[in-house]
Design a protein around this ligand. Structure first.
Ligand SMILES: *Cc1c(COP(=O)(O)O)cnc(C)c1O
Length: 410
């Protein structure tokens, strides 16, 4: 239809679809949703205003919308074993700001992971609300193991007495000790919050430990590993439910996007099926295979491996190629990745030492461990000879061949 009424835009969508079809998506935070999720996302539910929550809406005509939102909430509760869920947050800011607003006062101290070691501008950046309104105290990785230094975190917590401790991750490849996080928070009477945007899919499939029982609040994207539509949700203990719901509406947002909430409900349904667990198990197997293959090619992997869906490759350490050069060369051959700082990086954020890669999207295309061997080889040949155009053309052909063999939604 769009092809006839707005060919200009239809052409752009077609070109983007072709880009997605002919590149291997290794950006750890991206994935392909199912056709069912797309259908709900693009449905007529977008027409409806429904401020406030099921059963107490401001506008009339919300009785069916109420059923949809309640269904999404119930499925999310079942998936994560959460006491209370709010599925309305549109993105990172309202979801996480609702936690700060609902449970803290401006100026309160918050212990959060060091920015330069995660390569993300949320929680604590001086230009983000969190850094403007709250005093963020960073904790770090251990320099030797490149894993979270829990003893140092405990020492810092006792010394600074934060109102909240945040566990959050955008490039961390190791499991976390949630029980220890809880013990430290209890010692200093702090709220414990986890932002599981990246690992939520693995948690929903119960293949890595679920932090929901340990935390006061857990926020997550519904996209990324989860393979759900764009958006966020907040899970919390019943005692915080009122404060969180009020902070989302009317504290931060007005009309919820019910088409997205319906798409979340569809995705939660998919995630409750056994195939979802198989998928997430394969995501981790693929990541571990990719990491070991890259190590075989001489690359340094941060923390020497991965327990989840992603890894950070220090491309500068092995081959003196910068993250920016590597990202660019990989894009030419059709491996989509992003540059990322490595722990204690000596290079600047816009041209750091690392490349972050993840396996959720490739695994959705049904690529398995054999394909990871091939991808690791393409990655290595591309980076080791990134200035050789003929080499890049050769690697591009290998990527195209894989894409043809493993179509999206195939
Ligand atoms: C993905 C991510 C964000 C950004 O989320 P949006 O949905 O793009 O708003 C922020 N913080 C963390 C930790 C993330 O993983």
């Amino acid at each position: 239809m769009l092809q006839q009424t707005d060919p200009k835009l239809a052409d752009m969508i077609a070109r983007e679809a072709n880009r997605q079809d002919t590149e291997i998506e290794l950006i750890a935070s991206e994935n392909y949703v199912s056709k069912d999720v797309l259908e709900a996302n693009g449905s007529i539910l977008t027409n409806k205003y429904s401020e406030w929550y099921p059963g107490r809406r401001y506008y009339g005509g919300c009785h069916i919308i109420d059923e949809i939102e309640t269904l999404a909430i119930d499925r999310a509760k079942e998936l994560f074993g959460a006491e209370h869920v709010n599925v309305q947050p549109l993105s990172w800011s309202p979801a996480n700001m609702a936690v700060y607003m609902g449970l803290l006062n401006p100026g309160d101290k918050v212990l959060g992971f060091s920015l330069d070691q995660w390569g993300h501008l949320s929680h604590g950046h001086p230009m983000n609300f969190s850094g403007i309104l709250y005093e963020i105290i960073p904790y770090f990785l251990d320099k030797q193991t490149e894993e979270v230094d829990m003893d140092e975190l405990e020492r810092l917590a006792i010394e600074t007495k934060p109102a909240m401790i945040i566990a959050w991750f955008s490039a961390y490849s190791r499991d976390l000790d949630w029980k220890r996080f809880r013990e430290i928070a209890d010692k200093v009477w702090a709220v414990l919050m986890a932002d599981i945007a990246h690992i939520a899919g693995l948690i929903a499939a119960w293949i890595i430990e679920n932090p929901v029982p340990y935390c006061d609040v857990v926020t997550t994207t519904t996209h990324k590993t989860l393979r759900w539509p764009r958006g966020w949700m907040i899970m919390c203990k019943q005692e915080h439910a009122k404060a969180i719901d009020r902070a989302v509406f009317p504290g931060l947002q007005w009309g919820p996007h019910e088409n997205l909430i319906a798409a979340k409900a569809v995705a939660f349904w998919e995630a409750l099926k056994p195939e979802f667990k198989d998928y997430q198990i394969q995501v981790v197997k693929n990541a571990q295979k990719l990491a070991s293959e890259l190590q075989r090619h001489g690359f340094k992997i941060v923390s020497w491996g991965t327990d989840n869906h992603l890894m950070l490759v220090d491309v500068f350490a092995g081959f003196e190629v910068t993250g920016k050069q590597a990202e660019h060369a990989l894009e030419i051959v059709g491996l989509s990745t992003n540059k990322n700082m490595v722990p204690y990086d000596t290079r600047p954020p816009m041209n750091p030492s690392g490349i972050r890669i993840g396996t959720p999207a490739a695994t959705t295309r049904w690529m398995g461990e054999d394909e990871m061997v091939e991808i690791a080889d393409i990655f290595a040949q591309t980076i080791k000879n990134f200035k050789d155009e003929e080499n890049l053309i050769k690697q591009r052909e290998r990527v195209l061949k894989l894409c043809k063999q493993f179509p999206i939604n195939g």
